[in-house]
Design a protein around this ligand. Structure first.
Ligand SMILES: N[C@@H](CCC(=O)N[C@@H](CS)C(=O)NCC(=O)O)C(=O)O
Length: 209
């Protein structure tokens, strides 16, 4: 059995699909028939008890969830593909830092913005919860913008070489519904969308965003 990835078009599994493709490893893609931004069918909890995508089934049948964990795992499985800097280097520390930062601060805020009713018990506070989540996304993106060395080789977070952290951050960046001045994140996103392996996957999920 190869990998099996559960996702749906326009959802966060895009980055796992991109990672598996960059790793040049075979995988089965199971696209759920539901719209991005809506809750999944209850019965999906039999596969992922937290009821979310992406969900990856590994070759031994075990389940992985949590995008950051999956990306870190795949980078470790395919060291020859240089999906992340070599473990133990300062660059790998930065890769881990920003991948986890993106999950816990940015992706989490995307969820609060998309499903605000889950994050408040007060129905009158739903809109305010959403507004605060979008503001929080903007703050996290500003931290990432500042983390890209303006005098460095760029355009990626860690310099000239694209890592899975960049593919992940590019996706979260285009999901931001607010306004932000972020020329370095724009350059990072363009670097990702111009990657010949990633480009067709990006287009299928996000069109020309
Ligand atoms: N913490 C999870 C968040 C994943 C997530 O929010 N996925 C969204 C799709 S982009 C989802 O499954 N939404 C359906 C829901 O939460 O009901 C991760 O990092 O993978």
């Amino acid at each position: 059995m190869t990998y099996r990835l559960y996702n749906r078009p326009g959802s966060g599994g895009f980055v796992v699909e991109a990672a598996l493709t960059l790793a040049d490893t075979p995988f089965e893609l199971v696209e759920l028939d539901s719209k991005a931004g809506t809750p999944l069918e209850e019965n999906f909890r039999e596969i992922n008890p937290w009821g979310q995508l992406p969900t990856l089934v590994l070759s031994d049948g075990s389940i992985m969830t949590e995008t950051a964990a999956i990306l870190i795992h795949l980078a470790a499985c395919f060291p020859e593909k240089a999906l992340a800097p070599p473990p133990g280097t300062p660059a790998h520390g930065a890769f881990l830092r920003w991948t986890v930062f993106a999950s816990v601060n940015l992706y989490e805020a995307v969820l609060r913005a998309g499903y605000p009713q889950r994050f408040t018990a007060d129905r009158r506070a739903v809109k305010a919860t959403q507004t605060a989540a979008v503001a929080r996304m903007g703050e996290a993106l500003a931290v990432l913008e500042a983390a890209i060395d303006p005098g460095g080789p760029g355009p990626f977070l860690l310099g000239e070489a694209m890592s899975l952290a960049d593919v992940y951050i590019a996706m979260l960046f285009v999901w931001f519904p607010g306004d932000i001045h972020a020329p370095r994140l724009i350059a990072l996103k363009e670097g990702v969308t111009n990657n010949p392996t990633v480009a067709p996957i990006w287009r299928r999920h996000f069109g020309d965003r």
